[in-house]
Design a protein around this ligand. Structure first.
Ligand SMILES: Cc1cc2nc3c(=O)[nH]c(=O)nc-3n(C[C@H](O)[C@H](O)[C@H](O)COP(=O)(O)OP(=O)(O)OC[C@H]3O[C@@H](n4cnc5c(N)ncnc54)[C@H](O)[C@@H]3O)c2cc1C
Length: 290
């Protein structure tokens, strides 16, 4: 199908973009990589009166690391996450997760900001933002704010972003010394959205006990979720196979799996436990080796 008629506006500057968003509100949609929005428009599931193309805006596609934190601009293409030296050096977890996003053609156009703003519960980047305690930077005419990932993702394709706001970037503290990460997902075919994805970030203290734990799941419910009960089971304890197994069992009860034509509730619940165990195991091994 073809999309309904719309006005196409090229944003000439950030101020111009914010003015267009303010004057059109819900009737305008930002166009970044177009990899999710354009199919939605073609299916007429999205019918914006105004399409605001932000691809020519400058200063929105940088990746920076300083003072123990990393910032990734909203217009950074997903393919950059696979090759950028700062990601490889400071946060290889981001690269590992990005490898699961679609296919090269999609990652070449798809942006970091687009994936976050679209808020597909099975997308990889939103799950990462949960365990990295990331902040999502939002800008409107005359104001800007940073929203914690946990507050940003509100439901299926729903976020805490207002219609007049532009997502300008994400930022997060870099995992410190003694930290390790794990990321696992199951999809029907490589490049498909995850049926379930699990991410873990573990920090060990000098005695080898868990000093910090962050565990999150994607694809299992209507938004990416932190599995706090699993984190609490790990914290303060030595991460033995038994402790990791006990932590993975906490998935049951901590999340409400959804069922659809791709996977039943029971299968997603099962995957949630298995992938949590694998992600935490890998995170512990990497923390021990760091
Ligand atoms: C076949 C296929 C397979 C895919 N597989 C995966 C996968 O496995 N994992 C995965 O994570 N993704 C997958 N994707 C989606 C892909 O990652 C998209 O790139 C991403 O979801 C949206 O990014 P985009 O830059 O293309 O955004 P767009 O499609 O341009 O926009 C998406 C939404 O975000 C809004 N938006 C975009 N940028 C901003 C901004 N800066 N400020 C405010 N709002 C903004 C738009 O208005 C729109 O509502 C797949 C897509 C396709 C077509």
């Amino acid at each position: 199908m073809k999309p309904p008629i719309f006005d196409y506006v090229t944003a000439e500057s950030r101020e111009h973009a914010l003015a267009v968003l303010r004057s059109h509100g819900d009737d305008a949609k930002v166009l970044a990589g177009g990899q999710s929005l354009v199919p939605l428009m073609s299916f007429r599931l999205a019918k914006p009166a105004v399409l605001l193309d932000i691809n020519r805006l400058e200063g929105l596609d940088s990746i920076e690391a300083s003072d123990g934190s990393m910032r990734i601009g909203a217009l950074t293409r997903q393919c950059e996450l696979l090759t950028h030296p700062l990601i490889a050096e400071h946060c290889p977890l981001v690269r590992a997760a990005a490898e699961f996003i679609g296919h090269p053609a999609i990652r070449n156009r798809g942006t970091v900001g687009g994936s976050v703003a679209h808020a597909d519960p099975a997308a990889e980047l939103p799950v990462l933002l949960q365990i990295l305690d990331a902040g999502i930077e939002l800008c409107a005419a005359g104001s800007q704010r940073t929203v914690p990932a946990d507050d940003f993702f509100m439901g299926l394709l729903m976020t805490g972003m207002n219609p007049d706001e532009l997502l300008t970037g994400i930022s997060f503290p870099l995992p410190g010394k003694g930290s390790g990460w794990g990321f696992h997902e199951v999809a029907r075919r490589h490049g498909d959205f995850a049926l379930v994805a699990a991410a873990a970030l573990i920090t060990l203290d000098d005695r080898g006990a868990v000093a910090g734990a962050a565990v999150a799941l994607g694809g299992i419910g209507d938004r990416p979720v932190r599995v706090v009960a699993a984190e609490e089971t790990l914290k303060g304890n030595r991460p033995t196979p038994e402790t990791i197994q006990a932590a993975s069992h906490e998935v049951d009860g901590a999340v409400t799996p959804v069922g659809d034509i791709h996977a039943s509730e029971a299968y997603r619940a099962h995957l949630g436990q298995v992938l949590t165990k694998r992600a935490v195991h890998d995170a512990v091994e990497r923390a021990r080796a760091s």
